[in-house]
Write a protein of this length. Structure first.
Length: 211
């Protein structure tokens, strides 16, 4: 190894150390893929329950909707909680596995700052969505979820990989578009939380994890 190659290697190691000390880099692309799959399965369950056809305006509720033993509100809440549970479970599992492989701690000051910056817009958005539901503005919930989720990603991106910033911008843009297409709220929700997560996860995996 000549002096030039050694110099470049030293610079690479220094850059890696600085990145580890300033950003939480243990996020796994596989966690994004698992979250996206969970969201798509949840959306598919809702379409099946109400006998809706994606991207066909004028939804009609199926007559046998109560045969699954749940009222619509109960079913929607159950699906939402299951999607959230499996998304968090996949995120924790794959991120923890990646951190262990790299010999990094999953819970440190950086991950705490990241979580705090994510939670501020997410909690605010959750309260805002509850207010929308109470006011009967159900069609606005999905766009609001996308926008606040995107804001959370942008807000937290300064403590992790910059790819999160671009995912957040995509979520915000999709949410803003969804505001003008109220009849397709579930489709936009599925694209934002399902398709975009999967695309992001695949890109992250091949960019940072695939050996």
């Amino acid at each position: 190894m000549d002096s030039r190659e050694k110099h470049l290697q030293d610079l690479s190691e220094i850059r890696s150390l600085m990145e580890r000390s300033s950003r939480f880099i243990s996020l796994s692309g596989l966690s994004g893929i698992s979250a996206g799959i969970s969201a798509l399965l949840g959306a598919a369950a809702v379409f099946w329950y109400f006998d809706w056809t994606p991207f066909v305006k004028g939804y009609a509720t199926r007559s046998e909707v109560y045969q699954v033993g749940m009222q619509p509100a109960e079913f929607l809440i159950t699906v939402a909680l299951l999607v959230l549970f499996f998304a968090i479970l996949g995120g924790v599992f794959f991120t923890t596995r990646k951190a262990r492989r790299k010999g990094q701690k999953i819970w440190n000051k950086l991950s705490q700052k990241l979580l705090l910056n994510l939670l501020i817009p997410l909690v605010s958005g959750g309260i805002f969505c509850i207010a929308l539901i109470m006011e009967g503005q159900v069609d606005m919930v999905a766009p609001a979820m996308l926008i606040f989720y995107g804001l959370a990603l942008v807000n937290g991106s300064k403590y992790t990989l910059t790819d999160i910033h671009y995912l957040g911008l995509c979520e915000i843009g999709l949410g803003l578009i969804a505001l003008f297409y109220k009849g397709y709220s579930l489709e936009f929700w599925a694209i934002g939380f399902g398709v975009l997560h999967i695309v992001y996860g695949v890109v992250m995996y091949y960019k940072y994890e695939k050996e």
